[in-house]
Write a protein that binds this ligand. Structure first.
Ligand code: HEM
Length: 93
């Protein structure tokens, strides 16, 4: 369960990330590939575009903290898609 205070902290912190979303995505993938270089080959598309998808989804999720009943099933679906496409297999095994 997330408290009202935790929710606000996450939302306020994310507001600071928004103006540097491209950089944040870049940092995410460079750290990911640093700790798990074998995942690199799973990203077939343009990494900038992928970074935009990541940040848009995070932004929707952070906003969605106000509506957990709607957010949770959507994120569960995203998680299932990741497992199906094998994206998270290396991490889970
Ligand atoms: C360890 C963390 C993660 C890994 C290894 C991972 C891996 C991947 C891979 C391999 C793809 C497919 C890329 C391609 O087809 O070129 C993908 C797609 C995607 N990921 Fe992730 N991902 C991670 C975390 C996240 C997070 C935290 C989010 C957002 C909250 C996210 C959102 C997405 C979205 C929106 C797509 C596109 C799905 C689509 O086009 O249908 N991912 N991910």
């Amino acid at each position: 369960m997330i408290t009202e205070k935790q929710k606000l902290l996450v939302q306020q912190s994310f507001e600071k990330v928004k103006p540097i979303a491209d950089l944040a995505a870049e940092l995410f993938y460079s750290r990911l590939f640093e700790i798990a270089p074998e995942l690199k080959k799973m990203f077939k598309g343009n990494l900038n575009e992928q970074g935009k998808k990541l940040m848009i989804t995070l932004s929707v999720a952070v906003k969605g903290l106000d509506r957990l009943d709607e957010l949770v099933p959507q994120l569960e679906m995203l998680g299932r898609n990741h497992v199906q496409t094998g994206s998270l297999m290396n991490i889970m095994i």
